[in-house]
Design a protein around this ligand. Structure first.
Ligand SMILES: C[S@@+](CC[C@H](N)C(=O)[O-])C[C@H]1O[C@@H](n2cnc3c(N)ncnc32)[C@H](O)[C@@H]1O
Length: 241
């Protein structure tokens, strides 16, 4: 039922994902260099995910955290959605106070991508377990990650509202967040705690990507009517643009 609702809300997402899987971002595509595309283009996003150890082809994952699977149409297929919502930010350019926060960093595939896409931004990663990233960090650096920007990383438990509020207060202070990504625990409880924690820190112009839960829109959009909510398949996007 929730899949059908998701289809009805964002049919274009599913049509393009199927097209990309069959012809656009199929096997041959990944032999290309990302430099063939402008930074932030959906193909640049898919190739950058691959560059840093992402998963491009193959069937659905077994359900465990694997990371590096948000852009490929053979997995979550969010590259066009990310490109769509990041485009105005890339066109406008970013200031020195621009902040990106990603909750749920696993091996750091996303952090490497955000650092390349926004070399002047403050890139902040948060996770319950930072060990996966620390273990993979040297490998990412060997692949060229973090040459232009270095991420900050912090421990957080999205299921504990007090921890979320405390960590955000300590890390962000008076700063405002321009891009927020929740790719962590993925339960409605964690999504709600985390969104309500980050909301006071959102900049005047912001976009939040909340990945991998079909129920986010139904659960949160009505309760936060002051934000603009939309979906792209399993991902909910919140923003004011
Ligand atoms: C799907 S992975 C993230 C993949 C990553 N964004 C990427 O770019 O490849 C999910 C991450 O969420 C983290 N996580 C799980 N439960 C959490 C919680 N309660 N609080 C914070 N992070 C959590 C896991 O440790 C894991 O690293």
């Amino acid at each position: 039922m929730r899949r059908i609702r998701s289809w009805i809300r964002s049919p274009r997402h599913y049509v393009l994902k199927a097209k990309d899987k069959l012809v656009g971002l199929g096997e041959g595509f990944y032999s290309q260099k990302r430099e063939s595309y402008s930074p932030g283009d959906y193909r640049w996003l898919a190739l950058t995910e691959m560059l840093y150890g992402g998963r491009q082809l193959g069937g659905r994952s077994s359900g465990e955290n694997i990371g590096g699977d948000r852009m490929s149409p053979c997995h979550h297929g969010y590259s066009r959605a990310y490109a769509e919502f990041l485009k105005p930010i890339i066109i406008d350019g970013i200031g020195d106070d621009f902040i990106i926060v990603e909750v749920g960093i696993l091996n750091g595939n996303g952090l490497a991508l955000w650092c390349d896409l926004f070399p002047q931004a403050r890139v902040i990663g948060m996770d319950l377990d930072l060990l996966n990233f620390e273990k993979n960090r040297a490998e990412l650096e060997d692949l060229g990650a973090f040459e232009q920007n270095t991420p900050e990383v912090y421990n957080i438990d999205q299921l504990d509202r007090n921890v979320v509020n405390k960590v955000l207060r300590e890390v962000l202070g008076d700063s405002k967040v321009n891009i927020f990504i929740d790719d962590g625990h993925h339960s409605i409880e964690s999504i709600e705690i985390t969104f309500e924690g980050i909301k006071p820190y959102l900049a005047e112009n912001y976009v939040c990507f909340i990945e991998d839960n079909f129920d986010t829109y139904d659960h949160l959009a009505r309760r936060h009517r002051d934000c603009r909510w939309t979906t792209r398949g399993e991902m909910t996007v919140v923003g004011n643009r």
